[in-house]
Design a protein around this ligand. Sequence first.
Ligand code: COA
Length: 321
Amino acid sequence: MNGVKIRAAAHYVPSAVLGNDQISTWVDTTDEWIVKRTGVSQRRISEGENTSDLSIEVGKQLLGSAGLAAEDVDLIMVATITPDYLTPSVACLVQEGLGAVNAFAFDISAACSGFVFGLSTAQKYLASGQYKNILIIGADVLSKITDWDDRGSCILFGDGAGGVLLVADPDALYSEKLHSRGGTVINGGHMEVVNPFSKRERKFDFLKLDGREVFDFAVKSVTENITELLEKVGMTLDDIDHIIPHQANGRIIEAIAKKLKTGLEKFYVNIQKYGNTSAASIPIALSEMFTNGTLKQGTGKKVILVGFGGGLTWGSVLMSV
Ligand code: COA
């Protein structure tokens, strides 16, 4: 069946906590408004650690808990939109940090869908039979590109990283439905790369977004995406144990549950603690679920991981754990 198995899951977030009350000291907002409209109570903010630092911590934890030597890692992928540099990739920095000398490494740029796209990529490499141990890490330091004076967006985001060690498992379930729609600019982009000869001004320095438009896109696309994935495998939501959505806004998740006519308890939600951590949000949730006992390797529980974000990009993966 070309399935895959999560051999280890891990996450790492910076220690500094930024609460809603602190944000309300510099923009016109309140804790009450933020909690009611987004579900976010606090987020972690890096005070110097870069995307590679967070990712390396995750990589070390993954190797440690799996008892795997760094030399046995075949491929490292980091999904991020906030790399330390344009080049080298964060994945190459992780390779160096871990001493994974036999791996090859590259980054994936698919915004908040990056981890799901990474899982899909890893599954193909594993199915080829040429590679055994793949690290997929989702990591973002969104505080680097957040406009901290824009109350409509700065309340949403946080920093963090999470990841998995993925191996092949022919008996495990795996299916996916991934999408992009280029040309639809909702998230305005950031820090355009402009050469000095082009005579062009840089248009974006920070992440810009039309919150309402993103909200509507997310609810519609995720609902349709989960439905088409279930149709593809001939299952219904009753067959699924957990849905692990990208954590963008608690109200988005509630609206998706309502449209799918299922209870919110099927969805894992931790946005109150971390805000929207982009590519990191799904693997942080996965890692927490293994730590708090919601998931256990070898139980065969069926989970859907669903991401959506800039690009536009969106997609879901169904797998058993
Ligand atoms: N505090 C207080 N008021 C705020 C505010 C804040 N932090 N941010 C916006 N407002 C105000 C607006 O100015 C507006 O006031 P007005 O009615 O006087 O014009 C009012 O609140 C409603 O704004 P609106 O944008 O319609 O609110 P909303 O319910 O859509 O919530 C978001 C805004 C950004 C929280 C919400 O749209 C969202 O989460 N969207 C998804 C964004 C996202 O996740 N992007 C990344 C995707 S991966």
